[in-house]
Ligand binder design. Structure first.
Ligand code: SF4
Length: 100
């Protein structure tokens, strides 16, 4: 990745790559197990009614960005293993530590 990109651009590029990977079936949102699928599932990302407002998503991401449990290189949570750029979009998703 180019080093002269802003943090916002890096986040956007990572999110677009992750979105494309999940849409292509290359990855799943880890940490959301089949037992949770009646409540929240990776494919809910495809349903606009099951996604939060972008403001809410940004608020959740801001909490994650300050959290010591976020692995910043991949933007994955060390608690649940999820890609936070994706999980924060899901209306019924929750932080495993109750931070959002
Ligand atoms: S989901 Fe919760 S525990 Fe995981 S990085 Fe975000 S705030 Fe931290």
């Amino acid at each position: 990745m180019e080093t002269n990109l802003s943090e916002e651009d890096k986040d956007r590029i990572l999110q677009e790559r992750a979105d494309n990977m999940i849409l292509n079936g290359q990855i799943s949102v880890d940490g959301i197990t089949p037992a949770d699928y009646d409540r929240v599932a990776p494919w809910d990302l495809l349903d606009p009614d099951k996604r939060v407002d972008p403001v809410v998503r940004d608020e959740r991401m801001a909490v994650c960005q300050k959290c010591p449990r976020l692995f910043k290189l991949t933007h994955t949570c060390k608690e649940c293993g999820c890609f936070m750029a994706l999980k924060t979009k899901l209306k019924d998703a929750t932080c495993p530590l109750g931070k959002w």
